[in-house]
Ligand binder design. Sequence first.
Ligand code: CMP
Length: 143
Amino acid sequence: MPGSGDPDAAVMLANVPYFEGIDEKTRRAVAKEGKLLSYDAGKMIVGEGGSGVGFYLVIDGKVQVRKGSKVLATLEKGQFFGEMSVIDGAPRSADVVALAPTKCWVLSAWSFSGLVKAHPELAMSMLKELVKRLRATQTVPAS
Ligand code: CMP
């Protein structure tokens, strides 16, 4: 399993749209702050109610976000999860389970906070994704 500072991480981040606006030198430095972790299909990566210390970016594979028996979302390469607990320190809001062999780049809450403070454009693009997810949870009342 690759560890912190894996040389491929910077290359992988270069292919993630959220990191497109970040220069290569910064991207390389940021890549070293995270860890590349691999999960087998079926593995629970994050458990609802658990303490959240990591922000996860899917580098390869596929995960499902589940709350009880309800599937909230399926996330693939280039998408993130785990931001909620990292931002507010509350327990994990849902389970996140690998649907296929999955590789994630995982960043500590401390590094995540530093990253978005230094790169507000990154925060903005993540906010757009959060709004999209929020809209997807809303049901339109019958008229
Ligand atoms: P967190 O609460 O830290 O851990 C579980 C994660 O599941 C959560 O952060 C989000 O990243 C993700 N998540 C929770 N609810 C939804 C949703 N409705 N749509 C997509 N992802 C979600």
